[in-house]
Design a protein around this ligand. Structure first.
Ligand code: ADE
Length: 256
């Protein structure tokens, strides 16, 4: 299984710089990830390679023109490959781990259109893309960081991209709840001890401890996640126990 992305942006170097390092670089070398970044200015037709213009109706800021985007999409799609075309912007559907998992199973290439300036001509949203994605309720100066967040979060779900096959499966959000706490040597540092359960060597005791800590942390920090998480009967028992021991969730978290 491999995944391919096409990114349309006025800053292809931003995309290339990030994917050219570390885990994503290795994923590309192994043939598991293919990312092609295209410069939107290469699809303009005027001398100044203009990608934006003043908004009809006035107001501040510039708007990205529909023409160069249309040309870029047409050129990228000319190879005839199946593609899912997504534009990035703060008005889109909020991206989460569930979307990353669904997209990691896509057989189509994923085309990401990065916006800049105050916005993109509405006709792009209406007619040229399949959907719009936001990576959160804040406004970035452009879609490049959002594209990288999406590529990164999807790539690490592709089997073989992470060294340890289990690491993507076990962590935060994959269970629908927050991650358990991690420790490594030394067993004691400036008086701070690693929990005894993790030093026991008993697999069941360790698994129980981790699950309980993950639930405790989720209850304290992100109780909203518990409603949607697929909790087992044992999880519910642990949660009931945690709730009955404490009155408020804020003091469940023993750290700081
Ligand atoms: N472009 C600007 N803000 C964004 C956001 N929150 N998500 C995706 N693309 C964006």
């Amino acid at each position: 299984m491999a995944i391919g992305f096409d990114i349309i942006t006025i800053f292809p170097e931003i995309i290339e710089a990030y994917i050219g390092e570390s885990i994503l670089k290795r994923a590309a070398q192994k043939g598991l990830l293919d990312v092609k970044a295209y410069n939107l200015r290469d699809f303009t037709t005027d001398k100044h390679r203009t990608v934006d213009d003043y908004p009809y109706g006035g107001g501040s800021g510039m708007v990205m023109k529909v023409g160069p985007i249309y040309n870029a999409l047409k050129a990228v799609k000319a190879d005839g490959a199946e593609r899912l075309t997504l534009m990035l912007g703060p008005q889109g559907k909020t991206y989460d781990q569930g979307m990353a998992e669904a997209l990691s199973r896509e057989s189509r290439r994923i085309l990401l259109l990065c916006g800049r300036y105050e916005g993109i001509d509405e006709r792009v949203r209406e007619s040229l893309v399949d959907d719009e994605i936001s990576i959160g309720d804040y406004v970035l100066t452009g879609g490049e960081l959002a594209a990288l967040v999406i590529i990164d979060s999807i790539a690490r779900l592709i089997p073989g991209v992470l060294g340890d096959e289990d690491s993507a499966k076990e962590e935060s959000f994959t269970w629908g709840i927050l991650d358990y706490p991690h420790y490594t040597r030394p067993p004691e540092f400036m008086g701070m001890k690693v929990p005894q359960e993790l030093l026991s060597g008993h697999h069941k005791e360790i698994a129980d401890f981790r699950r309980k800590e993950a639930l405790k942390r989720t209850l304290a920090r992100r109780p909203d996640l518990l409603e949607k998480a697929g909790l087992s009967k044992r999880d519910s028992e642990i949660l009931n126990e945690l709730c009955s021991h404490k009155t408020g969730t804020e003091d469940l978290e023993e750290e700081k």
